[in-house]
Design a protein around this ligand. Structure first.
Ligand SMILES: [Zn+2]
Length: 672
């Protein structure tokens, strides 16, 4: 495993050829002082940008036309002189300059409906995308080799925008011909894209290992695709989880990505940005409290930190940006000793649809909804794929829409036989014939003809204070309980809202007074099942009562959770074992995120819509934690400020802690 440093900058430098005087304001002393003052100890610098220009003297690429000296060499040496690591960035998938010279290497989009082909506009502003089945990939590989020959002591290669979409270029047509693939078939076009991507991985990896087999490498696609362990194992030395909360990823994307990354044997960084929105936003700054929170969240979820910035073409680091980064990285520096070599403590495994299908789709509603319920309910969990060791979890959750392949079914059966528990919802747990794959003590009779319908949960699952059926916005499965334990009743509406003859009021046709005879859920032995895609409903509608029901359901499926707390749903919590030091770190994390901004269109300018932002960090007082420890605890301290925390042990052996004040982030260290 390649150990990463904790305080990295990802210094974008995509620079137009129409801008003069590139790098002329670079000053070594100032550069070093700025990075030092901001506590930076690693920085990714640019060999080649998306515009396709190089920032070092090159025989294998195109030097930026307005660069008169070796900028990367100057930046690189300045960093190395003060022991700052320098991974080097090379734009992989986007390269406007060379595609102007070699338009035959460009990606050709195919409209699947009409089979018309097109290349993205060559006259509107925007980068141009290369096809990895073309000789561009050899061109790129040569640049990697050259970079490593010029900078043999760099600390890694970061290859950016690694995608191969189906393509209709002459090279792809040749690949399809040679491999017996039919360009008219969407499936075959996907196969050809896969060949291109694999070709990219092989050629770039060869270029790196030919020079230095130990050189760290990361291929960035903007989002970690779960379930592709073979690709990660073969081609990645570590992970950098790109997730700018205000740039479209949101504040819940990073924790869920990190919770999958933690289950792999790879060191990883979280990557946010200093921008108010996202990459390329010159003059955009988030509040320093937001960055403090985002870096603390990276530590809390087992990651090291990277903050994205973009260097002004003049080559001078922006003082306001590094003033913003300094307090966040000062805090990270103080906290690092408790955040290295950690493993996440989890009692729930969330087996996502994305992981089962190895899908790169970022927002699968059931996955995201379930992740949010677990984060907001302060459960200890991992996001896992099919290859994970299920036996370390007391409960597995398969949200909403997971088709269970035979191999997975077998693994789940073994897990159940060893005492594991399952929570299934919606279509998860149904076979291709629509019948249950497990003995749930109930029969499934297919999807309900009604949508929405309504539910009265039983067994204490109904949210407190709600004594009438609750609306369920998405289609349920019709289940009839035989020898299982019913978890409530479905109430059908009088009719669906279908026509002028069949509609009622502004939205929903109300429920009929008698229950439908179908159950809202069933439990038998270790398996609990709900008939609606409840996690997708929560993802889509965000209703608080639904969250209350779902937290109760997870608690009921799990049994006594390891941690109970009075933290609000907006706070986050994690438990990390730091085995080499015989201690467990409880991370408490809180920021009052709020949605600001909106959709605005003025003079041809569109805003980005509502953005979740952080301004003040409001303290939480009197935080209580009840925790069932996995080790004999000798003492508890608060870090990094130091000081012993007194606690009580109740009759069941749970530790009862009280933290007087939580502002943003607190580590509670349990020594064993
Ligand atoms: Zn192509």
């Amino acid at each position: 495993m390649h150990p990463l440093r904790f305080r990295q900058i990802h210094l974008d430098f995509h620079t137009s050829p129409a801008i003069p005087g590139i790098g002329l304001s670079f000053d070594k002393d100032e550069w070093q002082a700025t990075l030092r003052t901001a506590h930076v100890n690693s920085i990714t610098l640019f060999a080649k940008c998306h515009h396709g220009w190089h920032y070092h003297f090159t025989q294998k690429g195109l030097l930026h036309p307005n660069l008169s000296f070796d900028l990367l060499r100057s930046q690189f040496d300045a960093c190395k002189e003060i022991d700052i690591n320098v991974p080097i960035y090379i734009s992989a998938g986007l390269d406007s300059a060379v595609l102007t010279e070699h338009p035959e290497w460009e990606w050709v989009a195919i409209d699947p409906a009409t089979l018309n082909t097109s290349i993205p506009s060559t006259i509107r502003p925007g980068f141009r995308r290369a096809c990895f089945n073309s000789p561009y990939t050899e061109y790129l590989a040569e640049q990697i080799t050259e970079t490593l020959e010029l900078f043999p002591n760099c600390d890694g290669i970061f290859l950016d925008i690694v995608h191969q979409y189906p393509c209709g270029c002459v090279h792809c047509l040749k690949v399809m011909r040679e491999n017996g693939l039919n360009p008219l078939s969407a499936e075959d076009r996907d196969k050809c894209a896969h060949i291109g991507l694999e070709r990219y991985y092989q050629l770039t990896t060869q270029a790196i290992t030919n020079i230095n087999a130990e050189m760290p490498v990361f291929h960035n696609s903007g989002h970690l695709t779960p379930g592709k362990r073979d690709v990660l194992k073969k081609y990645f030395s570590h992970l950098e989880l790109e997730s700018l909360p205000t740039g479209g990823w949101g504040y819940d994307h990073f924790p869920l990505s990190a919770k999958y990354a933690q289950t792999l044997d790879l060191d990883f960084l979280g990557m946010t940005g200093k921008f108010h929105t996202t990459w390329g936003e010159f003059g955009g700054y988030k509040h320093r409290n937001a960055l403090r929170y985002e870096c603390a969240a990276m530590l809390a979820f087992g990651a090291k930190c990277s903050v994205g910035d973009q260097l002004h073409p003049c080559g001078k680091l922006d003082e306001s940006t590094y003033d913003l980064i300094a307090p966040a990285y000062a805090e990270v520096a103080a906290k690092e000793p408790w955040c290295d070599q950690v493993t996440n403590v989890a009692e729930i495994g969330l087996l996502t649809k994305a992981a089962v299908e190895a899908s790169s789709v970022r927002d699968i509603p059931g996955d995201i909804g379930a992740g949010r319920v677990l984060l907001e309910g302060h459960f200890l969990f991992d996001v896992i794929d099919q290859e994970a060791d299920f036996n370390q979890y007391r409960l597995l959750i398969l949200p909403d829409d997971i088709a269970i392949p035979a191999k997975l079914k077998k693994r789940l059966d073994t897990y159940l036989n060893k005492g594991g528990k399952l929570l299934l919802t919606g279509k998860s747990g149904l076979g291709p014939d629509g019948k249950f794959l497990f003995d749930l003590g109930a029969e499934c009779q297919g999807p309900s003809p009604y949508r929405p319908d309504f539910v009265m949960f039983s067994n204490g699952l109904q949210p407190a204070g709600i004594r009438a059926p609750m609306v369920m916005y998405l289609t349920s499965q019709r289940i009839q309980v035989k020898n299982g334990n019913s978890l409530g009743d479905v109430y059908d509406p009088y009719f669906n809202r279908t026509s002028y003859l069949h509609f009622c009021s502004h939205q929903h046709t109300p429920w009929q007074l008698e229950p439908s005879g179908y159950a809202a859920g069933v439990q038998k032995g270790p398996i609990m099942y709900f008939a609606h895609p409840v996690f997708s409903i929560y993802r889509g509608w965000g209703n608080v009562q639904m969250a209350n029901f779902l937290r109760k359901a997870v608690r009921m499926a799990l049994g006594d959770p390891e941690i109970r707390t009075n933290l609000p749903s907006t706070a986050r919590l994690s438990l990390m074992d730091q085995k080499p030091f015989r201690r467990t770190i409880l991370h408490l994390l809180y920021a009052n995120t709020v949605t600001r901004g909106g959709h605005l269109q003025v003079d041809g300018v569109s805003s980005r819509g509502p953005i979740e932002v952080i301004e003040e960090l409001v303290p939480l007082n009197n935080v209580r934690i009840s925790l069932k420890p996995r080790h004999q605890i000798k003492r508890i301290t608060l870090e990094p400020q130091g000081g012993t925390l007194l606690y009580e042990t109740d009759e069941s052996g749970r530790l009862c802690l009280r933290i007087d004040n939580l502002t943003c982030h607190q580590m509670v260290v349990l020594h064993w």
